[in-house]
Design a binder for this molecule. Sequence first.
Ligand code: BDR
Ligand code: CA
Length: 312
Amino acid sequence: PVRILIDTDPGIDDALAILLALASPEVQVEGISVVFGNCAVDQGVRNALAVLDLVHAPQIPVARGMERPLVQPLLLAPETHGDTGLGYARLPEPTRQPDPRHGMDLIIETARSAPGEITLVALGPLTNLAMALRREPRLVHWLRRVIIMGGAIRHQGNTTPLAEFNVYCDPHAAHIVYHSGLPITLVPLDVTYQVVLKPEHVNYLLSFESPVAQFIADATRFYMEFHDAYQQIEGCVINDPLALAVAFAPDLVGTEAHFVDVDISGGVSMGKTFADFYRMTGKSSNMEVALTVDHARFINLFVERMAYLCRS
Ligand code: BDR
Ligand code: CA
């Protein structure tokens, strides 16, 4: 299996991505580092542990990471993910403690112990990864690949008209990561907005009458209300599960190599990600950008794997 580390701000779609990883035999989860974002970092740590408990997952280390961005003021997303980060779901308090290490140290140590083997799947603001790169520059050579959910290339933003949430939360961290030399695959809103979980998918899962199905229903009901109220979308966009799936099924998306950068100049386009499609900068590509997606195949895969968890 592909050995992955998940860096996350759980978060409704982050929780779904963690569940997808646990339901997928093609990946082995080596650890979870948590960052502020959809909710405060301590809440995110509790959420990650509680989601692992929900499916009786093995003792995967969960480490608390950065609680605020490098430069920008703290921004959270209770209107999108609810006050606890998991919508209307209420999970029991976790049964175990987080890993004592800092999130960035979990990333560094896991990568150092298996150079060239670990894929990092980053599903929140990139603060933990940027800090880890500053602390241990050799991380660039130790990680096999980094798959990043973030950015809006041709698509409009979801936090400002131009900027996507994960990048907008900490654009300076994104800048460090994009310019680091890491082998990156970017999964931006351009593709994630094509993967929409619908009420009928959730109703199918509810037919299994399992606590996992109830959790998915309670969490996504809040997320669907947000999408309906703010974006006139029926259902909810499951950004993070798509990025997670790219770790083990890269052909779900079509990618192109481009030079991609982020605006950190502080004006109206702060946090905007852009690709040099016409090669005007003279800079060579720094990542693979997903621009097309087989959305039907992904939604089928996602729903079937959630059904598997509901049946187990
Ligand atoms: C990203 O922002 C968060 O709200 C989601 O969890 C996802 O990672 C989408 O812009
Ligand atoms: Ca996220």
